[in-house]
Design a protein around this ligand. Structure first.
Ligand code: SAT
Ligand code: MN
Length: 599
């Protein structure tokens, strides 16, 4: 096959990797439907993909991963900067040369028996001034089809790259060479945990991943490029690469505001991005559900693009009630991973909104489901094209991006944090982002149930440099000359009453909070000043019928005791992690909050 580019550096890199990994063949990807179909056929022939019923799920396939390869592996994820201090206290660090030597050993001959695919891709609309180009080398057809959906792949990207354009080299192997005559035979290829490496070289803007075929470990445009590498680039170039959804809000008069929002995982980000409002005349549309790149425009406003082209969403819990738009988006042309398979060749998962059908159900491990353990893995995913979402905003591919009026931070907090409050200033907003936390369950992590895991800016696993420097970068953005900064809000849909019942219904009713945020941006909201910041008056949100006046008061209460405990926790356990990298401005904000609460 002739190479479709004369980009010398790219050709040289591909040649170098071919020599190292020794694949049986090399294929340059063009992003075409033919190529997609060919990859699917390869996966089906290898026993790795099951075609779903063509009438109910046209052009859709189920993959089952190895039971050990079901999620990102944070303890095998590395930021290999030259200086350990640049990776910081919240990242794993290995000296880049040491790590490269180890990984070269693993890569040597690792693609034997396989084809090496070269995937040129764009994060963001091809040619947009905010977009970035990456080239992923992989030996996984599963990665190729997922990259087709999640990014823009193909010839146009190589055109933009020209003969000397900049690209991020992303090397990926499943780490399972095949002996002559050997095939995968239905076994998802990957390497054991202790030889998995998800490595980032931020100074070189380079990614090396080995041993996992799944999600953010393997689709290197997503968390690796669009967050870890891009965050380091953004720091150097004065913009923001964030773990944020982007949504478009339209009021009954047709006025439009765009909002970006960061939440730790398991807080319903995809649901919020695709929310169906319960308030008459208001519209919520989706620009992105996971990542936002924001740069200042000439008018001083922050403009955001969604660098992705698809949704890699968590399947369990997704239903026509929790997220009807996502259910429509996955109706066709969708890849499902680790969900259950019905006897009618359709998918099923816990929380899909209807009972599992009668007849045999195959669980995510490929076994006949005994209806005892879960049928779908808790982190089972769908990969669906963004344009299939009925609520996708007309501007979602605008190369100029959309102007951001508000930034939201939130987490899963049964107590203390009110339904919504607004920061008093950009610096106060950065403080709020820095203390984001979410309640964890003992089942999910090796920590005590009910404790709060701090996840600043929801970027803990995704910041490609020292988190203390990241806080400083956010503060610096606020000092940009001529900046028209977004308002910053802190939200919490997850408040519970003392008896354990939810105080707020969430889902579509969150539109009431979005309306108040919209009004605050317009200067028409009803608000009061409290020690926490700016908050809605008791009647400002027009509570839904299911929320009593007493519950509303509880949702908007300033919980003085709770916040003093929160401050003590941040002071003694959270901020000390960042040592002398912690910007003094954040400590000032902590002190100021304490003083306001104690006044
Ligand atoms: O597996 S991914 O990193 O792509 C998704 C996630 O963990 O949020
Ligand atoms: Mn995410």
């Amino acid at each position: 096959m002739p190479t479709p580019t004369s980009h010398a550096k790219l050709l040289q890199w591909v040649e170098e990797i071919v020599t190292l990994c020794r694949p049986d063949a090399v294929q340059w990807c063009d992003g075409s439907q033919d190529e997609y179909d060919q990859m699917i056929q390869l996966a089906v022939a290898a026993g790795l993909a099951t075609p779903l019923d063509a009438a109910t799920r046209p052009n859709s396939y189920l993959f089952r991963s190895d039971p050990s390869d079901v999620a990102r592996v944070e303890n095998r994820t590395y930021i290999a900067s030259r200086n350990p201090e640049d990776a910081g206290p919240t990242n794993n660090w290995i000296d880049p040369e040491t790590l490269k030597a180890t990984m070269r050993g693993l890569y040597a001959g690792c693609m034997a028996g396989r084809t090496l695919f070269v995937i040129p891709f764009s994060m963001g609309p091809v040619g947009s001034p905010i977009a970035k180009i990456g080239v992923e080398i992989t030996d996984s057809p599963y990665v190729v089809v997922n990259m087709h959906i999640m990014t823009r792949v193909g010839g146009k990207v190589l055109e933009v790259l020209g003969t000397d354009g900049e690209f991020v080299p992303c090397l990926h192997s499943v780490g399972k060479p095949l002996a002559p005559g050997q095939a995968d035979n239905g076994v998802w290829p990957c390497a054991p945990l202790d030889s998995k490496y998800i490595s980032h070289f931020p100074e070189e803007r380079m990614i090396w991943a080995y041993g996992s075929g799944y999600g953010g470990n393997a689709l290197l445009g997503k968390k690796c490029l669009a967050l870890r590498i891009a965050s380091a680039q953004a720091r150097d170039e004065g913009w923001l690469a964030e773990h944020m959804l982007i949504l478009k809000l339209t009021n009954p008069l047709g006025a439009v505001r765009f909002v970006a929002a960061a939440f730790p995982s398991a807080c319903g980000k995809t649901n919020l991005a695709m929310l169906v409002p319960t308030i008459a005349g208001w519209k919520v549309e989706t620009v992105g559900d996971d990542i936002a790149w924001m740069k200042f425009g000439k008018d001083g406003q922050l403009y955001a693009i969604n660098p992705e082209a698809g949704f890699f969403g968590v399947a369990p819990g997704t239903s026509s009630k929790s997220n009807p738009n996502a259910m429509s988006a996955i109706a066709r042309n969708t890849i499902f991973t680790n969900v259950a398979l019905t006897s009618a060749n359709d998918i099923w998962w816990e929380g899909i909104g209807y009972e599992p059908p009668a007849g045999e159900v195959i669980d995510w491990k490929g076994k006949s489901w005994e209806r005892k353990e879960v049928a779908a893995h808790a982190n089972a995913r769908f990969t669906a094209p963004a344009h299939q979402c009925p609520a996708i905003a007309a501007e979602w591919q605008d190369p100029a991006g959309v102007p951001i009026s508000a930034i939201l931070f939130g987490g899963r907090r049964p107590g203390t944090v009110p339904l919504v409050h607004q920061a008093l200033s950009w610096q106060h907003g950065v403080f709020l982002g820095s203390i984001v936390g979410s309640e964890v369950t003992a089942a999910a992590l090796d920590v005590q149930a009910g404790t709060v895991r701090r996840d600043p800016f929801a970027m803990l696993p995704f910041c490609g440099y020292n988190m203390g420097d990241y806080f400083a970068h956010w503060l610096r953005i606020g000092e940009t000359a001529g900046a028209q900064l977004p308002q910053i809000f802190f939200v919490n849909w997850f408040r519970k009453a003392a008896d354990g019942r939810w105080l707020w219904p969430g889902y579509g009713e969150n539109s009431r909070v979005l309306r108040w945020i919209f009004e605050q941006c317009e200067g028409t909201g009803k608000f009061v000043l409290t020690p926490l910041g700016i908050m809605p008056t008791d009647d400002a949100l027009d509570a839904p019928a299911s929320v009593s006046a007493a519950d509303m008061a509880e949702l908007l209460k300033v919980d003085r005791e709770g916040w003093l405990a929160e401050i003590a926790d941040v002071r003694s356990r959270h901020y000390p992690k960042f040592g002398d990298k912690l910007p003094p401005a954040l400590l000032q904000e902590l002190d100021a909050l304490q003083a306001r609460l104690s006044a």
